[in-house]
Write a protein that binds this ligand. Sequence first.
Ligand code: NDP
Ligand code: 2IT
Length: 446
Amino acid sequence: MDQIVRSFLNEVGSRNTHEPEFMQAVTEVAQTVIPYIVANDIYHGKNILMRMVEPERVVMFRVPWVDDKGEIRVNRGYRIEMNSAIGPYKGGLRFHESVNMSILKFLAFEQVFKNALTTLPMGGGKGGADFNPKGKSDAEVMRFCQSFMTELFRHIGPNRDIPAGDIGVGGREIGYMFGQYKRLKNEFTGVLTGKGISWGGSLIRPEATGYGAVYFAQNMLQTRGESIEGKTVVISGSGNVAQYAAEKAIQLGATVLTLSDSSGFIYDPDGIDQEKLAYVMQLKNIDRKRIHEYVERYPKASFNKAQKPWGIACEVAMPCATQNELDEKSAKQLVENGCYCISEGANMPSTPEAIIQFHENKVLYAPGKASNAGGVAVSGLEMAQNSLRYNWTRQEVDKRLQDIMEDIHKACMEYGAENGSINYEKGANIAGFVKVADAMLAQGVV
Ligand code: NDP
Ligand code: 2IT
């Protein structure tokens, strides 16, 4: 089996040189899915995984814009349309200086499996630009978004490809891009998700990824007869996903000890309560400042410069910042300090070595493609509401989100049961694979 997996990865690797993040995501899937393919005749010999790792289409484009000083700037924009077997391409846009082909292809590949897990009819895609929104004025961000959409608009559409937010793309950026799309097409359609409530957005979409990741942690804990109530939780990041993971954890009676950004993490031994979290939301979303300011407002907390929060003892850890932010050493530290439940809010935040540690120590470990699928799931619900020209209530959307997270958990149990425990990584990969592969087989070689 190792030989089959290795030769598959060698072939993919030779075609995708210099794409380490993409190869990391493919390797993780191949190791669990290839043995399943080999054991199941209907998938065997059809080169199905090889077809899945090849994007259906990649668009790369120039994004010129003018900054506040009148200087002309140039960024690179992308959209990876990975797989449309079960629905139109769907996935976020990331604006971050680190964005490149490898990162977006890994995200698009993960998105295909994640979207299949949501039970909703969405294919997978991802896009973005190597634009750094930090420190830019509102006017600069608007001009950038308008220029970005001036090219992207011809590749997307409500039945073709529906982008949304990701790192560096929140409500403000979605608004500017939606405005430009509407102007260019002279059409008011649900072409983006994460829209404002008064112009086609869904209630609970901003909260959905973080809430969903906590619901998933809750589902995992329930398999051991436990709940998140009373647990200590360590969270990384302080953006959209981290904020709402913290909010739901607090609401369910857990104690949230940390938040972070790329400069370091804050540790509040008394716990970050709802009022302190409201301050963080103002600080990050409105004032657009750094997390270290938290300790000026709450002096009992500490700021740990250039460090990650994984050394703080906790029962539940939720990496909600970015890929490969939790390595082997951090995983060992977490386990030694008593952590036994990891629900990933970010995409691929744990390195392969960290994941081995989790498996070896029987940690309840949920990969992002399962545990953070709540965000794109509610994007799917936003699309449904746009098609109906109707809005569901907060309670209705939240209930659907909880049901979807529970269904994803069940799918992981179905395909991931292993020696009396659940391998959520294997379960998520195979469950996602089966749905997409079946659709691809039915549609022929296209
Ligand atoms: P935001 O831009 O709102 O927040 C990102 C947070 O992560 C910030 O605190 C940021 O700190 C930190 N961060 C980003 N890059 C790095 C880095 N290289 N090193 C350390 N910290 C970093 O993004 P989101 O909260 O939306 O996204 C967070 C993660 O969740 C990403 O992996 C994303 O792909 C994933 N995700 C998002 C979904 C969504 O609906 N938004 C859905 C599913 C997954 P700083 O400000 O210093 O950069
Ligand atoms: O990684 C993700 O799932 C997202 N950034 C959300 C995608 C979406 O289309 O809502």
